[in-house]
Design a protein around this ligand. Structure first.
Ligand code: SAM
Ligand code: SF4
Length: 331
């Protein structure tokens, strides 16, 4: 089988699939307040488009497909999409990234349809602050969504919290305690300068080092470092002793994790995005809707992967940053 190995020797086996640009939240670091998705129904990948593209990626060695968005649970037929993807030979891992507002309703069905684990975004445990950050989110509903995910059998469940100075940095400790109490994992994310919303929030940026110091100070003598596997992703992680929780930091800015990058992104409109921090993309929607054969499209994907940049450059110059908003890229 041809594998997707780029010119820097990195094997690409992970596809982040955005299924919609719509979101029921408007997190201030992710999208401009006035941003509205600019797509008609025919602009976004259909079930058939998604099934064919993921099958071709699977034939090229991709085994992990994350459902993301926007908010993936807003996509009509999300459970069916999960089922189509998880039934593709070679796809063994179908995680979900969600804000969990609607997860209470969907968790069971998604798990039965092949979603084996979930990352849930939650930046504050204070309902009023949570509503402000997300510009409308309901914390109670999100916590019910987390509980439903745990009860469904999805494992592991991971909380993702964007750490921001003066916004929620006073909650690092309580968010960790919450994760320990629920028996789930937690990662703090450094703000990334993606889109205008992401650039503006850099004023609140907390470095990986600052966050790790806070974690260590909160749990002295209780952390065992986890050895990062090649595919574990860009986190510095610790096991919290005598608990079911791991805690860590996803540090795209302080730490270039690009040399271990194993992923590409597919937007809801079918653009294959090669690197989070750069503009390069090719339209796989056009490809699957043309009369190109599977072989032609796979060759196109292989050529695109060969152009995957060595690294993002968003900590060098903001001129190099993609103009896309995070809500369009899928995180
Ligand atoms: N709506 C889902 C959610 O919130 O989990 C999935 C999509 S969201 C774009 C994926 C992840 O991107 C979330 O964990 C969110 O916190 C993160 N994110 C969005 N904008 C960011 C930024 N500027 N810096 C760092 N992380 C960001
Ligand atoms: Fe929506 Fe997720 Fe972006 Fe928040 S982070 S606006 S929930 S896509």
């Amino acid at each position: 089988m041809t594998k997707l190995i780029d010119q820097f020797g990195r094997e690409i086996n992970y596809l982040r699939l955005s299924v919609t640009e719509h979101c029921n939240f408007r997190c201030f670091y992710c999208r401009d307040d006035e941003q509205v998705p600019n797509c008609k129904r025919e602009d976004i990948l259909s079930y058939e488009d998604i099934q064919r593209i993921v099958r071709l990626f699977a034939e090229l060695g991709v085994s992990k497909v994350r459902l993301t968005g926007g908010e993936p649970l807003l996509r009509r037929g999300i459970s069916k999409i999960a089922q189509l993807i998880s039934n593709i030979p070679g796809i063994t891992d179908v995680p979900l990234s969600t804000n969990a507002q609607l997860l209470e309703k969907f968790a069971d069905k998604l798990y039965k349809n092949g979603v084996n684990r979930a990352n849930i975004s939650i930046d504050s445990l204070n309902p009023e602050r949570f509503r402000k950050i997300t510009r409308g989110g309901d914390l109670t509903q999100v916590v019910k969504g987390i509980d439903a995910a745990i009860a469904s059998g999805m494992h592991p469940i991971k909380i993702n919290a964007v750490a921001m100075k003066g916004v929620n940095d006073d909650e690092i400790e309580s968010l960790i305690d919450f994760a320990i109490k629920k028996g789930i994992d937690i990662r703090f994310i450094e703000t990334m300068p993606i889109g205008t919303a992401g650039i503006e929030v850099q004023a609140q940026h907390m470095s990986e080092q600052e966050i790790i110091e806070r974690i260590k100070h909160h749990l002295p003598g209780q952390l065992t470092p986890l050895i990062a596997s090649k595919t574990a992703g860009p986190a510095s992680n610790y096991k919290v002793n005598a608990s079911n929780t791991t805690v860590g930091v996803i540090s795209a800015v302080s730490n270039h994790f690009c040399q271990a990058c194993n992923r590409v992104r597919l937007s809801a409109k079918g653009d294959l995005i090669l690197c989070l921090g750069q503009e390069d993309s090719i339209s796989l929607k056009d490809a699957v809707r043309s009369n190109l054969s599977d072989k032609d499209i796979k060759e196109m994907i292989v050529r695109a992967i060969n152009k995957k940049p060595e690294k993002h450059v968003f900590n060098e110059s903001i001129d190099n940053i993609s103009n896309r908003q995070m809500v369009e890229i899928g995180g």
